[in-house]
Design a binder for this molecule. Structure first.
Ligand code: ATP
Ligand code: MG
Length: 399
């Protein structure tokens, strides 16, 4: 018995003339993600993508689990492939789908016959196989309108495919089909969720993390690398940029009013991220900001932060409550890491009473007192550390 995996795309189907390029990207992403589980032949036919193991070695369970996290797939199912012999099709359906047939109360058989030389037409396949199933599972009833289980038989050129239960896919658009964006990622709960949400809409991510040694530790940085590593299950390999903000933070502390520290630091993050983003052909920045969550996320503070960069800033969490964000964070398995108690550069030199209604004029006036701003930004951009994070880990950090 040979098993294969069928992928149904979702929104891609609405893409008209561009559909093919979206599907090609999806196949490329899927192939890459399941490569560690075996060798596969991947191809598309009639709005379905077929993933066929080339040998017995492939770990299909692991491949299915990985594919359930690939954006662009609405649903997937495992199918059994047999020779186009009707008796063999029936006996295989009974054995291969045994568990599903036992658990269901109602079913129907659906047949697709693209090989017209097969002696039975679709209605005949349905009635004959339906009869065989009823004989073996007397508890089952046929329901053609709303069955619990649809047993599908496809008679194709190279064989007959038998499948039933569909598994949910991750939905969204294939990563890369919307271009690239830089994700400002901290060690918190929000930013990994923001990255996940935008990757789901087809953006390829470049995570950027700011550190402030010796105020922030190597352990805090490793925490963020761990978060990025968890995100690779959905996003594929991620080149993470680590930027040193120490000198800038000290300069802000020395030259600016304390109640504006955070918003000015946020503006520096934006300016540096914009430069890195443009170098990497990114068309947007992404943050995990949520309106009113903290003083630096009031509309006034966000207005000041926005003005520091001319790239669009995507804030997918802006209207979400913390509980809603945490639900997604648990789903994508970043929550437990996010709540580990390590410091972030945002918690260094935190003002006791941050201004909740800063104006751009106030902020730019304060920034004008910082000497050598341009030179410090250029230095931060030039001295970035790039860490390639893949599903296997990150060299020198997670191995
Ligand atoms: P998070 O849970 O993502 O840390 P938060 O609610 O703690 O968010 P802030 O610390 O105010 O919020 O940060 C707001 C946003 O600024 C973050 O979502 C992230 O996009 C960005 N940010 C904060 N700290 C860093 C950092 N050290 N490096 C990169 N981006 C950061
Ligand atoms: Mg934070």
């Amino acid at each position: 018995m040979k098993e294969i995996i069928l992928l149904k795309d979702g929104e891609i189907a609405l893409k008209g003339l561009n559909r093919s390029s979206f599907e090609d990207k999806l196949i490329k992403n899927a192939k890459r993600r399941i490569a560690p589980t075996g060798s596969y032949r991947c191809y598309k036919a009639q709005s379905t993508i077929y993933i066929e193991p080339r040998d017995e070695e492939a770990d299909i369970d692991e491949a299915v689990a990985r594919l359930q996290k690939v954006f662009g797939i609405a649903a997937l199912c495992r199918a059994c492939v047999v020779e186009k012999d009707f008796d063999l099709i029936c006996s295989t359906a009974l054995s291969y789908l045994d568990e599903q047939l036992r658990e269901a109360a109602t079913f129907k058989v659906k047949a697709k016959r693209s090989d017209k030389s097969f002696p039975y037409d679709s209605p005949k396949i349905c009635s004959e196989l339906g009869g065989v199933i009823l004989d073996h599972y007397p508890h089952l009833k046929v329901d053609v309108n709303d069955p619990e289980l649809i047993v599908t038989v496809e008679i194709r050129e190279f064989g007959a495919y038998i499948h039933a239960k569909q598994l949910p896919g991750a939905g969204g658009m294939p990563v890369g089909t919307s271009g690239k964006a830089a994700l400002l990622i901290s060690g918190g709960i929000d930013s990994p969720v923001a990255g996940y949400m935008m990757a789901k809409r087809g953006l390829e991510l470049i995570p950027i993390h700011f550190v402030s040694p010796p105020y922030t530790s190597d352990r805090a940085k490793l925490k963020v690398i761990t978060l990025v590593h968890k995100m690779t299950a959905y996003c594929g390999r991620l080149p993470m940029y680590v930027v040193n903000l120490t000198r800038i933070q000290e300069a802000i502390k020395d030259c600016c009013p304390e109640d504006l520290f955070t918003v000015i630091m946020r503006r520096f993050m934006m300016m540096i991220s914009e430069r890195l983003a443009l170098k990497e052909q990114c068309s947007a920045l992404i943050t995990g900001e949520s309106l009113a969550q903290v003083a630096s996320q009031t509309v006034h503070a966000i207005g000041c932060t926005d003005a520091a960069s001319s790239l669009p800033v995507l804030r997918p969490l802006i209207g979400m409550d913390k509980e809603e964000i945490i639900t997604i964070s648990r789903k994508i398995d970043t929550f437990e890491t996010s709540i580990e108690p390590y410091e972030d550069c945002c918690t260094v030199f935190t003002p006791k009473h941050p201004k909740t209604k800063p104006t751009l004029a106030m902020v730019t006036e304060a920034e004008a007192k910082i000497p050598g701003m341009e030179e410090m930004i250029a230095e931060a951009v030039e001295s970035v550390e790039v860490i390639l994070v893949t599903d296997k880990g990150a060299k020198g950090y997670i191995e």
